[in-house]
Design a protein around this ligand. Structure first.
Ligand SMILES: [Zn+2]
Length: 158
């Protein structure tokens, strides 16, 4: 549980949204996204909570999984074979959306992309960072999943 804003450390925030992970609509999303199967007993009494920092405006998740739960999520709940198979079906709209996100971040900082550095934690297949590098960013990634890390070594990502 985050007790303060991860950006400015303010403890003054407003809860925008809160629902239990075992309740609709979050449960339906988890069932769809984690095709291998979520072990809901790990999520009883846990809530998806979005807070807005009243100091800097950052919107962030208040509840974050422990290292143990995150490892279970990335190594057990996600079926790597289905994830890679799903990747083959991504259409151009997916990549356009990623490019738009990158442009929005660049415009927010109001500088040239090569002056920015980005850390993508939980980077999935690294699409976002690959595109950001194309814009000139320095990208670094952190990921729990062993098989994704071995794949990313071939993409020359850090
Ligand atoms: Zn803040």
């Amino acid at each position: 549980m985050r007790e303060s804003c991860p950006c400015c450390k303010s403890i003054n925030s407003t809860t925008l949204y809160k629902v239990g992970y075992t309740k609709s609509p979050i449960k339906e999303y988890l069932d769809l996204f984690y095709s291998k199967g979520v072990e809901y007993e790990y999520l009883e009494e846990s809530y998806y909570i979005l807070n807005a920092c009243n100091n800097c405006g950052l919107i962030y998740q208040k509840w974050i999984p422990s290292d143990l739960l995150a490892l279970r999520l990335y190594e057990q709940w996600i079926d790597p074979a289905k994830m890679f198979e799903r990747h083959k079906d991504y259409n151009v709209r997916y990549f356009i959306r990623l490019a738009h996100e990158i442009v929005e971040v660049i415009q927010y900082f109001g500088t040239i992309p090569s002056r920015l550095q980005f850390l993508d934690f939980g980077m999935g297949l690294g699409h976002w960072c690959c595109l950001a590098q194309g814009f000139g960013w320095v990208c670094m990634e952190l990921n729990y999943r062993k098989h994704e890390l071995s794949m990313l070594k071939h993409q020359e990502l850090r």
